[in-house]
Design a binder for this molecule. Sequence first.
Ligand SMILES: N[C@@H](CCC(=O)N[C@@H](CS)C(=O)NCC(=O)O)C(=O)O
Length: 205
Amino acid sequence: MKLYFSPGACSLAPMILAEWTGMSLDLERVDTRDPSPEFLDKNPLGAVPALELDNGVVRNQVDAILQYQCALAPDAGLDGAGNTDDQFEIHRWSAFLTGDFHPPFGVWFNPKRFTSDHGEESLAAIKQATAERIARVAAILDEQVGESGHVALGRRTFLDAYAFAMVRWIKNLQGGFTPYPHLDEFMQAMKGDDGVQRALSSERN
Ligand SMILES: N[C@@H](CCC(=O)N[C@@H](CS)C(=O)NCC(=O)O)C(=O)O
C-alpha cells in the first residue's frame, strides 16, 4: 500500500498507526500547495492523506483510513471493536477531531481561501477569530485527555495518533501549549514513543 503524505500534515497519523500495527507502507510526498493532476485524480480536494491499495483503489479521509488500518490489524486493539459503548466513544472523538478540531486550523493556515478580501486587516481578523475557535476546541480536548494521557477509553487508540498529528499545530499559536497542560504532557509522552519517532523521521526524509 502507498500513502500520499505531506510533512507537517495530518497524514502523519496513518504513518504512526502503520508503525504501531507493523504495517508496511510506501510513502509518496505530495505538495498540497500545488497538487499534480495525477494526485488530483486520487483526491479531487488535493488533500493528504490518500491511501492507495495494491489493487489501485484509492481511499481518502484520514479518519476512515485510520479505522481501515485498525480493521486490518485487529490484534493491535487500537479501536473500540467488540464493545458498543467503546465504539461510540471512538466514533464520537473521531468525529470531534475531524469535524471540530481540524477545520479551524485549515482556516488559520490558509485564511485567503475563506475570504475574497485579501487585505492585511481582513486576513488578520479571520486569523484572530479562528485562533479563538481553536482555543475552544483545544480546551475541550485538553479536558478530555486529562490525566489519562489518551484521547479516549483511557488507553492507546488510533485517536492518539490522529490527535498527535494535529495537536502539534498548537505550537504556532500565541501562548503555545501553556493553556493546555494535559495536551502538553500528551505530546511529550507521544514524542517518547519509538513508533511516533520513526513516523516523524519518515515524514522528514
Ligand atoms: N478530512 C480531510 C482533511 C484533509 C486535509 O485537510 N488535509 C490537509 C493537511 S492536514 C491538506 O492536505 N490540505 C491541503 C488543502 O486543503 O489544500 C481528509 O481527511 O481528507
